[in-house]
Design a protein around this ligand. Sequence first.
Ligand code: SF4
Length: 373
Amino acid sequence: MLGLYIHIPFCIKKCYYCDFASYEKSEHLMTSYVDALLKNLDMYANETFDTIFIGGGTPSYLDEGNLEKLLLGINSKIDISRIKEFTIECNPGTLTLDKFKIIKMYGVDRLSIGLQSVNDDTLQVMGRSHNFKDFDENFNYACKLGFRNINVDLIFGMPYEKLDKYKNTLDVISQYDLSHISAYNLILEENTKFYKMHLEGKFAELEEELQLEMYNYTRYFLENVGYSQYEISNFAKGSNECLHNLIYWNFEDYIGIGVGAHSFYKGSRFENTKNINNYIDMFNNNKYKPINYHKNSNIENIEEYIMLGFRKTKGIDLVDFERRFNKDIFVLFKDEIAKHMENGLLYYGNNRLFLTIRGMILMNYVLKDFIFK
Ligand code: SF4
């Protein structure tokens, strides 16, 4: 499998918790940025991609002209009929019926909506630019136009948010016909407004115990309303697991185009600059150069494969491990596997090695033993 990630860095405003490559007040760059993206994509015109994921930032914030130019460009450079999943990220309040029609017309078959919470006061605390009503309206447009594969992103562990309020988000959202839900625990990243506010003593981080309770409740609740957990933060109804994200967790190749986008391609990792003006200039002047180019060693490949594989509830496929690395994981990590099986964090079955529920919660503790010394 080969995935294509396309990054759209524009947002109405910067959310207080966000450290992604995303910019507010940069709308004037949309046209030249989309032109640069399409030149970036030309470099991979001979590749056969399996999935496309347009993420951000806020892809749905592109104006209709640029949105159509981007999707038309993708369609002219890639054989869309071979694509198994074509996702676009959207934020409530940035979608019009016309944008939905454009998205539909050019083959996008999966929407990922950044809702985060159904509680307007929590959305305000996060610095989001929308309210719940915007989501409801956009969701109805999407259904009307026939989108059936829809994900919603949620965040728990927000400052001031009590468990009951978060439960309300899950309750309300379970009444919508969603194929997939991602529920992420808030991480206080440096260089965010939240981080600064936290250092200034404006709020304390939620106690670990409460975060854990929220996580466990998420798993319990979503399983009960028909979603299966397949990754730490991801839940799907039926077979609607996100194929594109599985490419990352299965340690397969992907190309990232756009500002700050990462690639893992033919055994090497590389990135694009995070500076949007530099990114556009590089393509205007035919001087594209990726940064932080790194050819993975075999040891790094094994470590990354394990680290990513353990994120999935199905864990690591041992047949695939042996085929890729020509090594037996039980020989490589004999003591470590024995230790964590004994303490109930790892489990072996059906030729797979995977973390137990407790192991998932304590994943970092387990993973540090799977780094070569
Ligand atoms: S909409 Fe998403 S990418 Fe944009 S600032 Fe908010 S969290 Fe970051």
